[in-house]
Design a protein around this ligand. Structure first.
Ligand code: AMP
Length: 398
């Protein structure tokens, strides 16, 4: 399957060719024709699967040329919203279509001006969009296509009611595309209410990390975690490294320790101002500094190319976060490596992750590191229950 065969507008196709993509990714091959047919979509795909282009390319092709506001994309975080906007700009550069980005943490002035000058596509986070709606600086009555991206994340962040409110401001007759890595009940209910006969474009298991990622668990005593991190940094040759921590406090602490050890490190978490976050991301993307310490703010959707390594300082409590975090590397068919530092008190979270991705994660041990205790390489075998004589052969009752 080639991009030419998908029915995209020639101007969009030209931008895709210039971007150097040879073939559509599986989600693009599935979703693009369906979106071009103006059908609703419920989609899930692994991170780094090319999901953004899967909706951006057909939307740009359908809108074709400037007119009124017709497409709205809702995203959970500012960073993801930025990225989606950037994608639309790149793929739409020959269309003349105008794109506005609306998110909190920055002034209203430039956003209002942009809206007043006229736009075709809005990419927004829910809170700021509702502010604009209440200030009447935007009307959604002309929306033809609504995209809800990373809806499971919006649910986690408590935005789902805001999303419902926004949907009510859109015309009932519209096309709706909903993307979510998982579909818990709340999202299923939302999709039943907001979508009409959606086409399912789930690609792959949706849960397993991409095959281009080599990942391993590094067991270590809790108090030796930072030492192991330092030793790993000495050992691996990374081009660009993301270190994830579970808390903001840990992110700050590790940044401080690494800086004291003479490393140049950037930090990104929710307590940092929008400007600081953008600057850190820019510096990391442009390669001025190649180590970024971040909380999960950075794990979803962020598309930073060339992340060669990811280190999880803690085992994430939410199994999906594990997949999202390590999914920052190995994007679009480049290979990547991910290490997770694990102490025994995190055992239950690790088990949940392995259950979620459907396979055990290999254990690793760093040669030459002075472990206080032998690291727990093998998980403890589960003791078999005593056979009381009515196990295997007893008929199962349904
Ligand atoms: P996404 O899953 O939308 O965050 O995209 C992940 C990365 O894949 C981005 O860097 C895209 O630029 C890149 N990408 C998207 N579509 C393709 C394609 N058809 N071929 C190669 N790379 C792509």
């Amino acid at each position: 399957m080639q991009f030419k065969e998908l029915g995209l507008d020639p101007k969009v196709l030209q931008a895709v060719e210039e971007k150097g993509y040879s073939d559509p990714t599986p989600i693009q091959a599935q979703a693009v024709p369906v979106v071009l047919e103006k059908q609703d979509v419920i989609g899930s795909a692994q991170t780094g699967s090319g999901k953004t282009a899967a909706f951006a390319l057909p939307i740009l092709s359908l809108l074709k040329k400037p007119g009124k506001l017709r497409a709205l994309v809702l995203a959970p975080t500012r960073e993801l919203a930025h990225q989606i906007r950037d994608n639309f700009e790149v793929y739409g550069k020959y269309t003349g279509l105008r794109i506005a980005l609306l998110h909190g943490g920055v002034g209203y002035g430039p956003q209002k001006k942009k809206l007043a000058d006229g736009v075709d596509i809005v990419v927004a986070t829910p809170g700021r969009l509702l502010d604009h709606i209440s200030q009447k600086t935007i009307h959604l009555k002309t929306i033809e296509c609504l995209v809800l991206d990373e809806v499971d994340r919006m649910l986690d962040m408590g935005f789902i009611e805001d999303v419902r409110r926004i949907i009510r401001y859109c015309p009932e007759k519209r096309q709706t595309l909903l993307f979510s890595a998982t579909v818990p009940d709340a999202i299923r209910r939302l999709s039943q209410w907001a979508l009409t006969e959606p086409v399912d474009v789930t690609v792959g298991a949706g849960q397993a990390p991409a095959e281009t990622i080599e990942h391993a668990i590094y067991p270590v005593d809790g108090i030796q975690k930072f030492d192991l991190l330092s030793a790993l940094l000495e050992t691996i040759s990374y081009e660009r490294l993301l270190i994830f921590t579970r808390t903001k406090v840990d992110a700050d602490r590790i940044t401080r320790w690494l800086t004291q050890a003479g490393r140049e490190v950037l930090t990104m978490h929710a307590d940092r101002s929008q400007r600081e976050r953008q600057e850190a991301l820019k510096s990391f993307k442009e390669g001025h500094c190649n180590v970024l310490v971040a909380t999960d703010v950075a794990s979803r959707g962020l598309d930073v190319s060339g992340v060669s390594h990811v280190i999880n300082y803690n085992v994430p409590h939410n199994p999906e976060d594990y997949v999202h975090r390590i999914g920052r590397t190995g994007r679009a068919a480049t290979t990547g490596q991910a290490y997770t530092l694990f102490s025994t008190d995190e055992f239950s979270f690790l088990k949940e992750i392995e259950r979620f991705i459907g396979s055990p994660i290999p254990r690793g041990k760093l040669d030459g590191f002075a472990y206080r205790n032998d690291p727990l390489i093998e998980s403890k075998p589960v003791r078999k229950k005593r056979n009381r004589g009515f196990g295997a052969n007893r008929p199962r009752r349904f």
